[in-house]
Design a protein around this ligand. Structure first.
Ligand SMILES: [Cu+2]
Length: 478
């Protein structure tokens, strides 16, 4: 089928080329020059231009009416402004588009070639220059100033009582995090990311969990390296060689020691201790090699290298986790505690209608983009650089379903950056509802550290405080 279409196109082109050749030939036969076009031909071309203009305008009107409003009315307060700005620009563009094309095609028809008419020629006109410089300048200034004003209002700081939500992106899903009762997000640190803590929220539990896992892995590799036959033999050989050269060197040292009194004894003692440790270790290795049996490992050098590199990485990771420090946040909340009552949700998140929301965007891996088309919002989510965007939802999901006559309608958050294989799958539903319904929904969500665990921990801490206090008091009295 495709091949047939291709054939038709090729033959069409050939036919047109042949026709052109025929008209060339007939022109040369009748003695006309190629660029001589009859008045009738000119009028025909002019009329065709008018037909084309009519089709163009018809198509434009059709496209504007069928596809002009792909989104329903804005569901956010600033979105109304954005739509105004967008429409304002479209009206200007449409006006210019129609006027320019009308003049272009109408003039082609009206001033079709006429050998009896001579064209007026003028090289310069100040008035015209002024008109087509000043008018576009004014229009552009209006568009830019209006746009900047709207943009500044949209991106300005959020009010103090705005609800704050963190949108966390990774390949390939979104999480929404609510700060919990203390109003503070627990800080995030990528060194604490685990499958149960995908956002890397800093809490004592998260830190302890990561440290445990790391210790386990480090211990396992160290044990294995201690059972590798080649390494054991190499270590034994080094120890034996060191003892041998040391014995030899000892005599030499003896002579030198005559100069500094007293040091000889110390030196000798330390050496003996070291030697006995070395001998002990040699015995240990011999024992291992002789009776290690199945426990012994024989690895290639490459394998030993990769295991050592892995060990190095794990130890570095452990150090980074140990370096994570708790600190006081501005509100006085301990950073170690701020994350406990955070609520992390997936798949769907809720917003109260009429309340300002400030989104903070964070990304784990690559640049994603949070796109909420019904709210006219979009913001990139960039690894290492938190971004933000504020908005106020003004239409609940239920109202929008009524407006659209679609009971299945849902607001959505999409990823709008092609971020990898499952990019298409990165979306969340957004439910806008009354403040009361929202509060009820939020209350039903699980906190990051489950409430019972947090209570237990608080009780433990209180008990510790109780035993410490009397001590502190006696210390004060002294
Ligand atoms: Cu994405």
């Amino acid at each position: 089928m495709n091949f047939l279409i291709l054939l038709v196109v090729i033959f069409g082109i050939v036919a047109i080329a042949q026709l052109a050749k025929v008209s060339d030939l007939s022109a040369s036969l009748s003695g006309r020059r190629e660029e001589d076009i009859s008045k009738a031909d000119s009028r025909l071309i002019g009329a065709l231009f008018m037909v084309f203009f009519a089709v163009l305008m018809g198509a434009t009107i059709f496209l504007y009416t069928s596809y002009g409003n792909m989104l329903p009315e804005s569901a956010s307060a600033h979105g109304v402004e954005v739509d105004w700005l967008m429409n304002f620009n479209w009206w200007i563009i449409t006006f210019v588009f129609v006027v320019v094309n009308a003049l272009l095609f109408f003039f082609s028809w009206k001033y079709a070639y006429d050998p009896a008419r001579k064209a007026t020629f003028f090289a310069h006109d100040n008035r015209l220059e002024l008109i087509w410089t000043v008018i576009p300048s004014i229009v552009l200034a209006v568009i830019i100033i209006y746009g900047l004003k709207t943009w500044t209002a949209i991106t300005g700081p959020a009010s103090d009582d705005a609800l704050r939500i963190e949108m966390y992106s990774k390949q390939f899903d979104w999480s929404a995090r609510y700060p919990g009762a203390d109003g503070e997000f627990g800080q995030g640190n990528f060194n604490l990311i685990t499958s149960s803590n995908p956002l890397g929220v800093i809490t004592r539990e998260a830190s302890a969990e990561v440290l445990n896992t790391l210790e386990e892995k480090i211990g396992k590799i160290e044990t294995n390296l201690g059972l590798e036959l080649g390494l054991l033999q190499a270590e034994r050989a080094t120890l034996v060689a060191t003892i041998a050269t040391d014995d030899h060197g000892h005599g030499h040292d003896d002579h030198a020691a005559h100069d500094d009194h007293g040091s000889h004894d110390d030196h000798g003692h330390g050496e003996d201790a070291w030697k006995s440790i070395a001998e002990h270790r040699i015995a240990e290795i011999d024992e291992l090699i002789a009776h290690g049996g199945d426990g012994l490992l024989i690895w290639t050098e490459a394998k030993i290298e990769t295991q050592r590199a892995k060990l190095h990485r794990l130890k570095r990771h452990r150090q980074r986790v140990l370096d994570v420090k708790g600190f006081e946040l501005e509100s006085g909340v301990d950073a170690w505690d701020a994350g406990k009552d955070d609520k992390i949700v997936k798949g769907e998140f809720h917003l109260p209608v009429g309340r300002e929301v400030e989104f903070v965007f964070r990304s784990r891996d690559v640049i994603h983009s949070a796109y909420m088309p019904h709210f006219r919002s979009q913001m990139n989510s960039v690894p290492g650089v938190p971004t933000r965007f504020k908005m106020t939802p003004i239409i609940t999901t239920d109202s929008m379903r009524t407006i659209l006559g679609d009971p299945a309608f849902n607001y959505i958050l999409l990823c709008n950056k092609v971020c990898g294989a499952a990019h298409f799958n990165m979306k969340m539903d957004i439910v806008v509802e009354s403040e009361a319904n929202y509060e009820a929904w939020l209350a039903a969500q699980e906190t990051f550290v489950p409430a019972e665990e947090a209570a237990e921990e608080a009780a433990e801490e209180a008990a510790e405080m109780a035993t410490e206090e009397p001590l502190a008091e006696t210390a004060m009295q002294h």
